[in-house]
Ligand binder design. Structure first.
Ligand SMILES: [Zn+2]
Length: 87
């Protein structure tokens, strides 16, 4: 999945490279095939899935506005999250 000789870019954000093994997307293609995304998108997918607004892969690559909205919400929630070892 190399594009123009570049390193593999994440298909979800088209911004970050996929390093090492990347993260397994929470979405799959039509036939159930797994999709690998960058670690950052893996975190955002986990967050948005929990919130019920996970973007399907058919919307990829997500717009900068959508990605920024996800990050904005992530920070808003995580700044108030407890890190005490309990879920
Ligand atoms: Zn990504």
């Amino acid at each position: 999945m190399t594009t123009h000789g570049e390193v593999n870019r994440c298909p979800r954000c088209r911004a970050r490279p996929i390093l090492d093994l990347g993260a397994l997307s929470r979405t799959t293609r039509d036939d159930g095939a797994e999709i690998v995304v960058c670690g950052h998108c893996g975190d955002l997918e986990a967050f948005t899935e929990e919130g019920g607004w996970l973007a399907p892969f058919t919307e990829w690559p997500l717009s900068p506005e959508r990605l920024a909205a996800e990050e904005r919400m992530w920070y808003a929630v995580m700044q108030h999250a407890r890190y005490d070892g309990r879920a």
